[in-house]
Design a protein around this ligand. Structure first.
Ligand code: M6R
Length: 608
């Protein structure tokens, strides 16, 4: 989705902006542009299509001269992906330029009002009203114009603003959209995502909603909505630029799959101290937990599927009913949620619009909100009563892998922690579970090592036009994630079904050579799964079985077998998803798909 960057310093801004925009490409976009302010006033160039087109058009930025500038990648919402609709937008005399990430909800009304004042619009965007408002309110004081403008806006916005009469200065504004300031030496930056900053600086300021910043080469001043200066805390980013680079891998997705043992280690290791789970970030213990009579888990996409794993383990260990609720549905229901409900919101990016709306709805009804988030300082983290960060590091591929498994690992930690607090498990079981959690990184590594032939297996099935996944209990939730992974990067139609549901309709679609991936990693359900496998084989399907590594039975029916290391049944999902991620990756590779940036998808879905 849209991304913004800004720079001011003592060198040409354009190349810094173009580099920053390249780092935001992974978020998904359809046009890009930059504007700089310098001795010639404001100069701007933009184009639909890839950033490389903009690089060529501007001769790597050389055609635009100025030491302060703003840049944008646009993912079209209001208006088609055309040059006119691309950002930055300028006012009539080109004295202001703005970039915007978010949606201005009252733009129609503002448009009418501005038309009455004689303003003409060049684009179909909601954004363009902002630049005309700046023009309308400007009487020589840049800050006053910015403040008056933002007072008129409703909706979500992260803005970067340039004014020709104030070269070297930028205003950056945040309201319900991510915006981070980068603190450099004799130069400063802003961006919607730390990945665009970290090559230049690891010192950042997370702006709060309602705050805006005045940025020059030597200073950053942060103000609240009424214009009073507030203290800005500098935080150090915990990872290096290499973490956001491919590091020799062909794709970010493959790198991120292989990184999972380390990512999971980073999630769990600091939280197990002296054989106890320590969730420093969670200041509620037994008394608060005992008041909770229902847990609702909300999220979208893969984060929702990570939450589905949470339902099994939390109900099993904590004996609290858990409801799963897709955020896009929850937000428009009349949910039965009150002050005895714990809402767990799961999100890699921390910026997913539906999840944010669902959280707000539940908060308003009195729920305690705990979020499981990867991106530090994100909107979801800020909105929550409690946050547990997954510490997965930057995830660049649109299809989540380490984001998902670290969410599952975090939920596992949380479930065991809560069960201990609630005394719903014995001390012996607690020790056993902690032992298994500690083994997770090694078992995930084993899951990678066990399946060295997965590329070959994927090659055999890469031409299928429809692939079914079946499983029972938590294998079913893994099937959902496995199927999503496959369809989003390879564009192959795929469905995931609870195996027992097949004969209630879906089995009609099973025919000769149809591939069914059957997940059968739970010993107590294995015979049931074998019956389901026989059912689909009898109708001509090929079966790719997924089973624990010492299971020999599966070979009797499956055409190929994917092995999963032995682990406590509660933690099987985290090891089981790894070969399915690899399978999807290699199927997409065989089909020549754009694996890291699948068509139509964005990394962080900041609009409804
Ligand atoms: O950033 P979030 O975890 O909130 O994102 C939720 C979904 O949009 C995300 O998981 C999406 O389904 C991924 N593309 C799946 O790979």
């Amino acid at each position: 989705m849209c991304g913004i960057v800004g720079f001011t310093g003592n060198r040409n801004a354009s190349s810094v902006l173009l580099d920053g925009l390249k780092k935001l490409e992974y978020r998904g976009y359809d046009s890009a542009g930059i504007a700089v302010s310098g001795e010639q006033g404001i100069q701007m160039d933009k184009t639909c299509g890839a950033i490389n087109k903009l690089v060529e058009k501007t001769n790597d930025g050389a055609t635009l001269e100025g030491k302060a500038g703003i840049g944008h990648t646009r993912w079209a919402t209001h208006g088609a992906p055309t040059d006119e609709n691309a950002h930055p937008h300028l006012n009539k005399d080109e004295s202001f330029a703005i970039v915007h990430n978010g949606i201005i909800e009252n733009y129609s009304q503002l448009r009418e009002e501005l038309r009455e004042f004689g303003y003409e619009f060049q684009s179909e965007t909601d954004t363009e009203v902002i630049v005309h408002l700046l023009d309308h309110y400007y009487t020589g004081d840049f800050r006053i114009a910015v403040m008056k403008t933002i007072a008129r806006l409703e909706g979500s916005y992260a803005l970067g603003v340039l004014c020709a009469e104030h070269p070297g200065e930028i205003y950056a504004v945040r309201e319900n959209a991510p915006l981070i300031l980068g603190v450099g030496v004799e130069e400063n930056y802003f961006a919607s995502d730390v990945t665009a900053l970290v090559a230049n600086t690891k010192n950042v300021i997370y702006l709060e909603d309602g705050q805006f910043a005045h940025i020059t080469a030597d200073d950053i001043s942060v103000f609240n909505a009424v214009g009073s200066q507030v203290e800005a805390n500098i935080t150090r980013i915990a990872w290096d630029i290499e973490a956001a680079e491919k590091g020799g891998y062909d794709h970010f997705m493959l790198k991120e799959i292989i990184e999972q043992p380390n990512a999971i280690k980073a999630t769990i290791e600091p939280r197990i101290q002296n054989d106890e789970i320590v969730l420093d970030d969670l200041a509620f213990g037994a008394n608060e937990l005992k008041k909770i009579n229902k847990i609702v888990i909300t999220a979208c996409g893969s984060a929702y599927y990570a939450g589905c794993q949470g339902k099994y383990i939390i109900e099993e260990l904590c004996k609290i009913p858990v409801e799963m609720d897709l955020a896009s549905e929850l937000r428009y229901r009349n949910p039965l949620i009150d002050e005895n409900t714990l809402l767990i919101a799961v999100s890699q990016s921390g910026e997913t619009a539906d999840t944010i709306a669902a959280m707000k709805e539940c908060k308003a009804r009195g729920a305690t909100v705990l979020s499981i988030v990867n991106v530090v300082g994100s909107t979801i983290a800020k909105l929550s009563d409690y946050v547990i960060y997954t510490w997965a590091g930057p995830e660049i591929a649109v299809a989540t892998t380490k984001g998902y498994t670290t969410q599952v690992a975090t939920i596992d930690l949380l479930a065991v922690y809560m069960a201990k607090q609630l005394e719903t498990i014995s001390d012996e079981r607690y020790v056993e579970l902690i032992h298994s959690i500690r083994q997770m990184p090694a078992l995930v590594q084993r899951s990678i090592d066990l399946n060295t032939n997965i590329h070959e297996v994927a090659k055999q099935y890469a031409q299928k036009d429809s692939i079914f996944f079946i499983g029972r209990y938590s294998d079913y939730a893994v099937s959902l994630e496995g199927s999503l992974k496959l369809k989003e990067i390879s564009y192959i139609h795929s469905e995931a079904y609870p195996a027992g549901e097949l004969k209630h309709g879906t089995i009609a679609l099973i025919e000769d050579e149809r591939l069914v991936i059957a997940l059968a990693c739970h010993e107590r359900l294995f015979d049931k799964m074998m019956s389901n496998i026989k059912e689909v084989k009898a109708r001509g399907a090929c079966v790719l079985g997924v089973a624990l590594e010492d299971n020999r039975e599966i070979f009797k029916e499956a055409d190929h077998v994917i092995a999963v290391p032995n682990i406590d049944p509660l933690f099987v999902p985290i090891a089981e998803i790894i070969p399915l991620q690899l399978f999807s990756y290699y199927v997409a590779l065989e089909n020549g798909c754009d694996i890291d940036k699948p068509k139509n998808l964005a990394k962080s879905v900041t609009v409804e």
